[in-house]
Each structure stands twice: as C-alpha cells, then as structure tokens.
Design a protein around this ligand. Sequence first.
Ligand code: CA
Length: 715
Amino acid sequence: MKIARQKATTLLSLLLIFLMSCKEEPAHYDDAAIVDEQQTTDWLAYGRTHNERRFFPADQINTQNVAGLKPDWFVELPTDVGLVSTPLVVDGVLYFTGTMNVIRAVDALNGNPIWEYDPKVGEVVKGKHQIGWVHNRGITFYEGKIFTGTWDGRLIALDAKTGQEIWNVRTFSEDSALYITGAPKAFKGKVLIGNGGTENGPTRGWVAAYDADTGAEAWRFYIVPGNPADGFENDAMKMAAATWTGEWWKHGGGGNTWHGLTYDAELDQLYIGTGNGSPWNRKIRSPEGGDNLFLCSVVALDPDTGAYKWHYQTTPGESWDFNSNMDIILADLTLEGKPVKALLHAPKNGFFYVINRETGKLISAEPFVETTWATHVDKATGRPVEVEGARYEEGRAVLTPGAWGGHSWHAMSYNPETGLAYVPALHQAFTYSDEGIELANWQAVPFYGGMGVNLSNPDREPRNYPASLIGWDPVKQEKVWSIPQNITPNAGTLTTAGDLLFQGRADGWLLAYDARTGAELWSYDTGLGIAAPPISYTLNGKQYIALLVGWGGGYAGMGGEMAYSYGWSYRTHSRRLIAFSLDGKAELPPVPPPNYPKPIVDADFEIDAELAEQGAMLYGLCSSCHGLNLFSGGMAPDLRASVIPLDFATFASVVRDGAKADLGMPPRPEFTDEQLKALQHFIRRGAAAFAGRYDAFIEEIKAGKSKERTGGFSH
Ligand code: CA
C-alpha cells in the first residue's frame, strides 16, 4: 500500500516534471495561434493578433470598475527618449522596444528584468550619413523568436527566451537616407519589412520578406516602377508604369512602406499600406499627370511569393503627403444583411475606407475629418472628387487634412462587440505652394531631401481644436461620438470586451472611456506626454493594462512651438513602463513639472546675418530631432539653451566628430568649419529672437493661451 502510494507519488511527480518541462519548451505560436481572437492572455502581434484590431476580449476590467484602476508595477527607463511602441506579451513575458532600438524583456507580473538587447545603432552608423534614429513602433513575435527592424536598416532575429541574436541581415545600405521605424510582420515562416524616407532624398519604395529561420531574402515587391529601359520586375510594375509620365525614376517615385502591414490568415494574403510620392509634388515627379501606382494604396500580395493580387488607391496622383501607410484592420461586417470580409483603413487623406478584402473593391468611403481637398469619394469609380485648386496649380492652397494627415500612425482600434472603430484624428490645415520652385530642374539631394513644395502655416484652421478621438461606425460610415482635444497628436487606442476604450494624450493623461458612448470613466496623470498605445493581457487570472510613457515621435521632433509648449523637454522626465490593475498598489515617484528651456544670450557673439541664413539651410538636417525653427519638442536638446554650440571646438566634436553618437546624435563628418560656424550663427540668432519674448511666451503657456486657435471653416 505504502509502496503503491509512493509509486503513485513518483508517477505524479514525473508527470508534473514532464508537464513543467513541456512548459519550458518554447510554445509553438504559429499563424493559427496568432490569429486566435478568443485567447485572453497574450498580446502576440503589433495589433495583438494578425487581424490588427487592438481588441482585448477580457472583461475583468470593465465600465463598472475601471474607476478603481491603479498602477500595479512600473519600470523606470531613464536612458530612453521617444517611446512610441506597442509592447508584446507572450507566456508571462513582456517585450518592448525603446530608444535606439534597444529591446527589453521583463516579467509581466512585476516588471523584473529578464534580458536586454542593444543593436548598437549609434556604433554601426558612426561616421556615416544618417538623420536621427531614436524611435521605433514595435517588434514581432513568431515561433519563439523576436524580430526587430533597426533605424539603420537591419532586420534582426532574437531568441525570445535569452535575447541572443540568431540572425541579422541588412535590408539597405547603412549610408542610405532610408530608415526603419515600423514593426516587422511575421507570418507563414517569413518576416516582412519595408522602410521610410520619401522626404530624405530620391527613393523607390519596396517591401521584402525574409525567411524567419535564416534571414535569407525570400521575395521583394517594389511599390513603384523603375526605369522601363531596365525592364520591369513583374507585370504589376508594367501596369504601374502606364500611370507615370516623364522620367519619374530619376526621382525614385517613393511609395515607401514604413507602417501598415497586415497578414490575413483566413484569405491567406498580405495587405501593405503604401507611402506618398517622392517628391510630394506630382508636377515634378510625373509632369504629365497620372495616378502613379502604387503610391497611397492598399496592395494585396501573395504571402508566399510577393506576387501582386489587387490594389485600391486612396489618393491617385498624390501631391500632399497623403500616404496610406496607416493601420489596416481586418473586420467581418454585416452589410445589407450579408456577411462581408472587410478591411478598415483611415489614411492621412481624411476618408475612412471600408474595402472588400476578397475583391479589393471599395465598399464605402466617408470623411472622418474635414476634407477640403476633395468633396467626396465617387462610389462608382472609387476615386476622390478633387476640389479645384487643390493641387496648388493656381498658387497657394490651404488644405485640410495637411501633411500630418487626418490620422497618422497613432493606432486605430476596432471593437467587434460595439461595432465601432476608434480613430485618433487630427484637424490641422497646411498651406501648400510651389511658387518660386523651378519645377523642371528640381532634384532632391540624399539626406537634405525635399518635397518639391513649400509648406506654411494656414491663415485659419478647420476647427478651434487640433485633434479629436472619434468613435466611428464602419457599417453606417458615420461618426457615433467624438471628443475634441486641445492638444496634438494623441496616442493610439486599445479597446476591450469590458466595453472600454483607452488612450494616452500628449499632455500625459491616460484615459478610459465607455467604448459605446465616449463617456470618460477614468483618468490618470502620468506626468509626461504619451505617444504609445496601451495594451492588455491576463496573467495568473489578473487583467492588466500596460503602457510605455515617453513623449516622442515625428510631432515631438517637428511640432515647433506647439510641441515645445508642452514642456516635455529633453531628458527632464524619466520614461516609464507602467502596468495597471484593479488591485494595484505601486507608488510612482513624482516627476518634475513641465520645463521650458530658456535660450542663452551670448552678448559677446556678433551675429552675421549671411552666415545665419546659410545655417538656416543646414539646420534642415537637424530639425527632425532638434525641432522646427529651433523649438525643441523634447526629442533632442533645445540648441538655443545648450552650451555646446557656444564653443566652436565642443560644437565640432559633437556635430562633426560624433562625440554624442551613442545618444543618437549622428555625426556629419563632411561639415566644414565654415558650415559649423554658419550653424552657430543661426542658433545664436534664434536664441536672441526667442529670448526677447520668452517671458511673455511662458505666461501664455501658463494661461493656456498657447493652445487657443481660431478655426471653423467648412467646404
Ligand atoms: Ca511622408
């Protein structure tokens, strides 16, 4: 009896050991697992599943109890700057990508570190031409590996357990003006990645798929045709070439896919959201007109071969940076009583598209923001009906959306239970004009780039608020509710089966709304601007909401005075990863208040007007991080307040010799003493000009006046 019991105990222990060792083995997360909408534990892909809905099907946290949500654990990230990425959660481990493509794995129960991987982006590109490389939107998990694309163009596979590098391939030359900020897409044993850089010089966009096990390139699809004299890669390129005129290949054409990759496991096809033209101005790129395929389109490809299946172009012959790189969400809708396999897409041009993903045919398209460039989309032709003068052919055109778009990369989500899509929308006009540009001889220069069109502030804005959060019904194609926001841009969204919608804002608040009505149910001040979307996961029976808090992204770099006015100055506020739960007890240390770097006035420095003008031209290379018109939004130091430009030798060591390359400051070894001096004069001129109105500006910020805007035009 005793022996029998012992035997039973031994058998039980063996069984336990066997079960535990099974758990030790990497789980086989194949495409079927990644597409499973029912599991309530993990966040397996950029948009949680292959369907990219950002819908979490657990309701432990819900409209009734969300008011009690509290921080459960947090991780301080003092060396990070811009954090814009979506974390992943697999088997109790939370993975995320931070500044300079550093990837960390932490215990999803308490934030304890497991491993860290640093691809040493600064070292790799040291001495080579590059423009900033700080932020990244996400990583990909597939069958035990983590995949990441680095700013400098590498695609890297890591062992998810250890963080050890498995393979590492270069997707473009390290001295190219391209970059990667997006998450790769892993599917069917392959990893897909594109790149960005249409504004950085002549470029011909493409996406490429690599073998997930070896990193060998499996296939490549170009977005736009090359020089016909070189022959076309495929029939799709031949078809596309008929929609271009002039010698477009000299400008590259563009179309670069920096975001918007979706794998449809049900129909076994890929959708890629394609970029804008290079340059933006079609009069330069394709002077006799034409739709310029496949710019600004959703293109369906065969996942095994990369062969073209169908396309739908949202902005034919684009001329405004209205790229279609935004999220592509898969949804099963009921339209006129019939089930339809649809995709949802809200690109920069301001129209919300519902497309039949079996055929590529447009089902409907309605404006979700003001669209003064086009009155509507013609259902019969599927084409936008443009407003006369929108192509700035008669001089200045004040248009909305502007180049920030009606919606950009800030994640849209879709809740199949409420039937609504949630769009972080933008209401900002731009003035476009190519007056004074010699169109026939215009040519972009690598790194110095250019769009072939001049932008300026509009005389008026479409509304008296720059952004909103919209609950949108894709069946009726109408807004169900919207929340005006007096700051921009606000971060991506998460929706749950608890009828909740979460969004972080540029002013540092994370909010929870009733997903059906838009009623505000909970808010939490993180003390620092939010640019990343929240996620949810369940571990040991407890549901968490997790979020990276770390102001960053294009607007933080290029938002100018408005971005500066938020006070999220460079390295003032520690970045954080925060996980919330209903019984959270974590106490977060306070963060410093908003800070506005004060310009240094050097009374002994004599500003040379001509040198300052030359410096202004060179500053175009610096502005995407250090800020438009020298107003830093916090991605890099405000140069007017920095002591480094005051001393020539120190300035040269940083700008020319790369003394701060590891922090993300790319060296410019080709700069002459004269050019460095020109930059110094430009910075001192800007510092002196802002010093004169600094006190008044701060007063305005504190009184909230800096956020006031005059708006209200309709078309
Ligand atoms: Ca663009």
